[in-house]
Design a protein around this ligand. Structure first.
Ligand code: ZN
Length: 118
């Protein structure tokens, strides 16, 4: 009987920690994300991983733009599609916003809140 009670108590505590998110129970609290996504502990970890995907996609895009840039005329690819990386690389994996690309400068960046510096 006591064993069952202890097990139920552990399950309740775990459920609270995972649904309420990192608050008083989890110890340290993280600042809320600028886009307001991922309010639970699991959600935060998930979106942190997606942030990294966005960052690495942009790195790959920049590398590809550099490769496709004409070294003589210094002309950049006309659109992100010209990099030939695939549709998944042209938008943010978190918010789904298309990346902003300037063919005159060859610069690409993410418009998703919190991703401006990627
Ligand atoms: Zn992004």
């Amino acid at each position: 009987m006591i064993g069952i009670l202890v097990a139920v108590a552990i399950v309740i505590v775990l459920a609270i920690v995972f649904t309420v998110g990192s608050g008083a129970l989890a110890g340290k609290s993280e600042p809320a994300r600028p886009d307001g996504k991922g309010t639970t502990v699991v959600g935060k970890a998930l979106y942190r991983a997606k942030d990294e995907v966005c960052r690495s996609d942009l790195q790959e895009l920049r590398l590809s733009i550099e490769t496709k840039t004409d070294p003589v005329d210094n002309t950049h690819p006309q659109s992100l599609k010209d990099t030939g990386l695939g549709a998944d690389f042209y938008k943010c994996p978190v918010g789904g916003e298309p990346y902003e690309y300037d063919p005159t400068t060859g610069k690409v960046h993410c418009v998703h809140p919190g991703h401006e510096k990627y």
